[in-house]
Design a protein around this ligand. Structure first.
Ligand code: FBP
Length: 546
């Protein structure tokens, strides 16, 4: 592999581990746990993995050894730091016994089912230490949910004498990890399954999980780019920039970038839903700011739009729910039809209220909502050009206001979508250390006989040696939700809390950002230099852990 100068220098970085993970560990167990909701249902569905205690690792003076081959899977969207979860896992299992082997399943969960794997060796892994990307073994979105898949997986697990599988994924992938752990436990196959919290979206977090890995690096990367645009914008003073930011449902990414960059406007989907706002109201709010600034001679600005917005606008959310059910029940009847016939079919089957919403949406947006779910049943919101939809609607409204004499400014806009450019960035020091510790923790959960657990690292706003490591039963994070027309056990997604400290901090100051130009330019991620520049966490985490 040909490497950049940064890659070469970065390979030599030794990730810092919490004191408790630096050598042998012993396990401290807490009290039995309960799921966040629907306890009776979840208990019934997970009789073998429900109620287990949260565990924490403490340093031990005893020599620790363990024979264990491990299989690792990267699942879902890329997130900076994934390679370091694998290096943490690798180094720990080798330390526990140099004959232990680590197998990487290729291109996600599908690799387990199709028996596509590689053995990860010292030579192979060294090229990937502290790098972004998931290319060490690749990732995929195959949903592991069927008994045939679990049994197919078991064949290769037996062949390679694998003691445990580590699934590195988001809420959906960890839900599946939990189902797999329960299945193997129920069958008494003796195969452990451990999850690791990944996703740039930042929505896999709760009382036990401080943050999902990748959020730190991705938001810093986007904030660098937003800051650059803000500076360009403030230099020429002639464009409104509509920037859509990745993050399928929750607006954590947009909120974090807003806290870092202080744009003029940042829409928070969760607020739109809570206030029952219509698309037209959102547009009007934006236009009010544009018009106000125009009166001050400021015909420029920056607007952040979370990728998931469309699903949170209540009328469109309702439409999506009905479309989900329609797709589950009749998708095959209309998927083969041409675009116009599909639209007709859908209109004919929707309730009156949703029909009206569907009919008012631009054709490309309507089509994206009615088709093309990902394997987990999610609308592929990153393919919907919300930034254009909003700017087109603003343009029309401002024209109308001009005619009515309510607006005299100039409105020229540019569009951006920051998503994929943040998912494989070289991990920040935070993600580098956090991920290596997560991998180490996962190895220790296996060595200590745990299954159905997610590796966790807490106290991460403190210096690394004070971080606390352990595991949390995945069932503890579950509740029942409607998916593809059926009630299913799933990990509860963490949305932006409107009474949470990050949103409150933003809410307090946003009017000033709208009126004035208060941009902050965070600049690129730094790996060497003053600690306050290189080792800072996200503003979200800082505020949440205050
Ligand atoms: P995960 O939840 O799997 O980590 O994926 C996150 C994400 O980056 C979302 O923000 C985005 O909507 C989606 O993946 C895009 O998916 P794809 O990579 O399949 O285009």
């Amino acid at each position: 592999m040909e490497k950049s100068a940064l890659q070469k220098a970065r390979i030599d970085y030794a990730p810092k581990l919490p004191t408790s993970l630096q050598g042998s560990v012993k396990v401290k167990e807490g009290a039995p746990t309960q799921s966040v909701d629907d306890q009776e249902d979840i208990k019934k569905l997970f009789p073998n993995t429900y109620g287990m205690p949260v565990v924490e690792f403490e340093p031990s003076n005893e020599t620790q050894t363990c024979e264990m081959n491990v299989g690792v899977i990267l699942s879902g969207g890329q997130a900076p730091g994934g390679h370091n979860v694998i290096t943490g896992l690798f180094d720990t299992i080798k330390r526990l016994n140099p004959n232990n082997k680590l197998y990487g399943f290729i291109l996600g969960p599908g690799g387990l089912v199709d028996h596509k794997y590689i053995e990860i060796t010292e030579d192979y892994i060294n090229d990937y230490r502290n790098t972004g990307g998931f290319d060490m073994i690749g990732s995929g979105r195959t949903k592991l949910e069927k008994i045939e898949q679990f049994e197919k997986g078991l064949e290769i697990v037996r062949e390679l004498n694998i003691k445990a599988l580590v699934i590195i994924g988001g809420d959906d992938s960890n839900t599946n990890a939990c189902v797999l752990a329960e299945y193997y436990a129920a069958k008494k196959y003796g195969v452990q399954v451990i999850g690791c919290p990944k996703t740039i979206d930042g929505d896999l977090k709760n009382d036990q999980i401080e943050t999902s890995f990748g959020f730190d690096t991705a938001t810093k990367t986007y904030s660098e780019l937003i800051g650059n645009i803000e500076r360009d914008c403030n230099s020429s003073k002639k464009y409104w920039h509509f920037i859509k930011l990745m993050g399928r449902s929750a607006s954590h990414i947009a909120l974090e970038c807003a806290l870092q960059c202080q744009p003029n406007i940042c829409i928070i989907s969760e607020e739109v839903k809570a206030k029952n706002m219509t698309l037209n109201q959102i547009v009007e709010n934006i236009c009010n700011v544009i018009a106000y600034r125009a009166e001050q001679g400021l015909n420029f600005g920056v607007i952040l739009i979370p990728e998931g917005l469309i699903e949170f606008i209540p009328s469109i959310g309702k439409l999506i729910e009905e479309l989900n059910d329609l797709l589950a029940a009749h998708g095959n009847d209309y998927k083969g039809l041409d675009e116009e016939a599909q639209r007709e079919y859908i209109l004919a089957h929707l309730s009156e209220e949703n029909k009206q919403t569907f009919a008012t949406l631009p054709a490309n947006v309507a089509r994206q909502l009615s088709l093309d779910r990902d394997p987990h049943g999610n609308v592929q919101v990153s393919l919907i050009e919300t930034e254009r939809l909003l700017s087109d609607m603003c343009d029309a409204k401002l024209e109308q206001w001009k005619e009515e004499g309510k607006y005299k400014g100039k409105f020229a806009c540019l569009h951006h979508f920051f998503g994929y450019e943040g998912r494989c960035a070289a991990p920040s020091n935070y993600d580098t250390n956090y991920c290596y510790a997560l991998g180490t923790s996962a190895a220790q959960l296996i060595a200590n006989g745990k299954t159905g657990y997610m590796a966790i690292i807490k106290n991460t706003t403190k210096p690394t040696n004070e971080w606390r490591a352990g595991g949390v039963p995945i069932t503890m994070m579950m509740n029942m939700e409607r998916r593809n027309g059926e009630m299913k056990p799933v990990i509860r997604k963490a949305l932006v809390e409107l009474d949470g400290k990050p949103f409150k901090a933003f809410e307090k100051i946003r009017d000033k950002w709208a009126r004035e130009t208060s941009f902050i330019y965070p600049g690129p991620i730094q790996y060497w230099g003053p600690s306050e520049v290189c080792d800072c966490t996200t503003k979200t985490l800082e505020l949440e852990q205050e």
